[in-house]
Design a protein around this ligand. Structure first.
Ligand SMILES: C[S@@+](CC[C@H](N)C(=O)[O-])C[C@H]1O[C@@H](n2cnc3c(N)ncnc32)[C@H](O)[C@@H]1O
Length: 238
């Protein structure tokens, strides 16, 4: 599918589901996505004062956690293609202690509007599966990361265990579209969710792609039997 076709389609999905995105996520993951995001943010190894980019920030759940970690001297940019998701993010971030240290920006992960070597950390949550070209997005993450900086990607995955894998595939083909239909009136975005998880490369392939781009110290953590994965990687020193 041509990149801008996928982007247009995703934009229309996220426009429809944005107001209910967090609620549906809570229901279909039984709250587990809070734990997965917390784990990913921990793996960013943040320090107060860090400058962080949250790519595909959506409704700002990860952006919020990052902003809390970097404190009043830090700075966090949340970037997303969908203005509808960013509108919800702005609401979700209103009560932060340091809202002036967070900037929300409409932008494309495959063409980041930042100079090379800009951020101490880049985080992408449930984003690599959704971008039209994962390699290009990873190139961009690498480019804007400072040398010795760290990248973290949180994604959905598939359990390795054969029986669990089958049960999970059945669950994700049926339950999220049903919940999506009941809450948002649409099931297509949640059918897409199932298809995109099935089509996403396995953790070793994703690690290999990070390495081909130039990242080092690539590690992968499989959470909840592999239903979620976190990749961490570093940009080598100059
Ligand atoms: C599943 S949501 C994840 C949101 C958030 N990171 C979270 O933890 O819930 C995926 C987000 O990626 C955004 N997105 C998809 N393609 C994108 C692109 N090429 N550039 C920037 N954002 C993109 C969508 O608009 C959507 O908000």
């Amino acid at each position: 599918m041509p990149p801008n076709h996928k982007e247009k389609r995703l934009n229309s999905y996220f426009q429809t589901i944005a107001p209910h995105y967090d609620l549906v996520n809570n229901l279909v993951s039984f709250g587990l996505h809070h734990y997965w995001r917390r784990f990913a943010v921990e793996k960013a190894h943040l320090h107060p004062g860090a400058k962080v980019l949250d790519v595909c920030c959506g409704t700002g759940q990860i952006t919020r956690a990052l902003a809390q970690k970097v404190g009043p001297q830090g700075f966090v940019v949340g970037l997303d293609l969908s203005p509808s998701m960013l509108k919800i993010a702005a609401k979700n971030l209103r009560d932060l202690d340091n809202p002036q240290r967070v900037q929300l920006l409409v932008g494309n992960a495959m063409d980041l509007p930042f100079p090379d070597n800009s951020f101490d950390r880049v985080v992408i949550g449930y984003g690599l599966r959704n971008v039209a070209d994962m390699r290009r997005a990873l190139h961009e993450l690498y480019r804007v990361l400072k040398p010795e900086g760290r990248a973290v990607s949180l994604e959905l995955g598939k359990p390795r265990h054969r029986l669990l894998n089958k049960l999970y595939a059945l669950y994700s083909a049926i339950f999220p579209p049903l919940v999506g239909l009941l809450i948002t009136g649409e099931q297509e975005p949640y059918r897409y969710l199932h298809r995109s998880v099935q089509a996403y490369p396995n953790p070793a392939e994703v690690s290999a792609t990070f390495e081909k781009i130039g990242f080092t110290a690539v590690k992968c953590y499989e959470l909840s039997w592999g239903i979620a994965t976190v990749h961490t990687a570093e940009k080598p020193p100059r």
